[in-house]
Write a new protein. Sequence first.
Length: 280
Amino acid sequence: MKLDYSIGQVAPYINWIYFFHAWGTNGMTPQEKSKLQAEAEERLQRYADRYQTHGLFQLFEAYAEEDDIVVRGEEQEVGGERIPCLRQQQQESEYLCLADFISPQVTLSASHQSSLTSKIGVFATTVDMGLETDFSADPYEKMMMQLLADRLAEATAEYMHQEVRRHYWGYAPDEQLTIQDLLNERWQGIRPAVGYPSLPDVSLNFVIDRLIGLGQIGIRLTEHGAMKPHASVSGLMMACPKAHYFSVGRIDEEQLVDYARRRGLPIELARRFLTSNLGE
């Protein structure tokens, strides 16, 4: 489903902590931070009728097969597009993998099965490209609008995910959370984004593109899977009550080889995609 949003709809869902972090406000006084936020909010109001943000999601039946999430097509009972995931390897970790939060194809005990789900959401959000390209003549405005574009893409994901939980997927129809609750991730499930610690391989965007068609909302992928506009977010929506965020952390050569096999990639290309997760 493709959804378009006004800046006014999603702006209340901006997490200003990350805006300040990206701006580099260490050393600023509270008054200076307040002035900066006021400037940013004035830009949001000024351009509210000029630009939009965009969301795209689809819900799929899915099952876990070892460390892969297998997404069923509309006509398929088994098989389908695979989303290979990585499992934590460090001793101090829980040895988690995102596939742990999806029901396996085999039948489990009733108590175990009830804590997992057999459905997954795949999503992307972005902004009008003009938010990144229309302000190049003024370095200050360019920086301001780029950071706001990043926050608007994330805010769109927050707003859309709320609507998915309440209505489209409907697994939390009675959810009543404040915006601060949402920003503190107090909702059921998780929304792991591609390129983030539990799903670090940016090239998984090619898989997401095959599943939901990122071009519908104007996203194109670079040779290595990065999204354009830069202010874009993609990932998965998972409803499992026990699901929580984690960092894959360091992986070893054996896991790299296994992941490359599951992705159908040459090992050296997989190594390039997972550089930050490889040990010394």
